[in-house]
Design a protein around this ligand. Structure first.
Ligand code: HEM
Ligand code: HEM
Length: 214
């Protein structure tokens, strides 16, 4: 049973690499590389946001961002969602939280200025030095938030594994043999839409990295 399309899977594993590389490059002070990988994170994020609207069924926000009541119902009877495709109601909110944290990380990075004002995001020239320093401070805080969310994310995946549900292989291969046949495969998406989403994301990334000239 196909549960994740290729674009969603590529987004996921490339984002993991990009976040890791961004962290490492900032730690060792390779800020030119940090800016490049930060822009790559921006492109991936924009792609995922568009894909959440025009992508295939399990990638769409409308299909996994559910009313809070659905989350409480899920918490009362978690077994109900255990062999269904896509994110369960609680998992849906964890995805939203991670995407918001990534948006905060990327958004503040674009305006961030370091102490001596030398290493700066491509949009920092639009704000004052103090505002750029505030962006850098929030950039540090949002990274801690992101780290906490990712730890919870991995713990949740381990928890599901202990309960007998394997989630990592489906995120790698797209297929999940544990999903009941009655749910059918995912629908929608497709290469043309993926190409359009990627083209928009690349253009936006290029424009922002050039300082968003008008
Ligand atoms: C996945 C996205 C990102 C992650 C995980 C990330 C992570 C980090 C971390 C951990 C630091 C602190 C390094 C330290 O002082 O120890 C940092 C600093 C910085 N980042 Fe990012 N970053 C990301 C995206 C971006 C983007 C998109 C830009 C701009 C294009 C950017 C620009 C900067 C700048 C200018 C600093 C220096 C701020 C300062 O010295 O206080 N970052 N980043
Ligand atoms: C920087 C680190 C990570 C970030 C930012 C991240 C983010 C995300 C996001 C946003 C999703 C939702 C997928 C979508 O609909 O687009 C997701 C799903 C998933 N991630 Fe991660 N992830 C990270 C690390 C990991 C690691 C290390 C693993 C492996 C243990 C992992 C395994 C998975 C799996 C299996 C899913 C699918 C969960 C499900 O079936 O509902 N992730 N991740």
């Amino acid at each position: 049973m196909k549960v994740w399309d290729l674009p969603t899977r590529l987004f996921h594993w490339l984002m993991l690499l990009t976040v890791g590389f961004s962290w490492w490059s900032a730690e060792i002070g390779h800020m030119d590389w940090h800016t490049r990988s930060g822009i790559a994170a921006l492109i991936l994020l924009v792609f995922r946001l568009i894909w959440g609207v025009i992508g295939s069924s399990t990638a769409r926000f409308a299909n996994f961002v559910r009313a809070p009541a659905a989350v409480f119902a899920h918490l009362r009877r978690p077994g109900n969602a255990i062999h269904t495709p896509g994110h369960n109601p609680l998992g849906g909110y964890s995805v939203v939280a991670m995407l918001l944290a990534l948006a905060a990380q990327v958004g503040t990075g674009l305006f961030a200025v370091d102490v001596d004002g030398i290493e700066s995001g491509p949009l920092s020239y639009l704000v004052s030095f103090d505002q750029g320093r505030t962006a850098a401070a929030v950039h540090h805080i949002s990274f801690s938030v992101l780290q906490v969310l990712v730890v919870l994310h991995v713990l949740a995946i381990i928890y599901y594994r202990i309960r007998g549900r394997r989630l990592v292989m489906p995120m790698l291969t797209g297929r999940d043999g544990q999903v009941a046949a009655r749910f059918g495969s995912l629908t929608g998406g497709g290469p043309l839409r993926a190409f359009i989403a990627l083209a928009v994301a690349l253009l936006l990334g290029w424009w922002i990295s050039a300082g968003a000239p008008l």
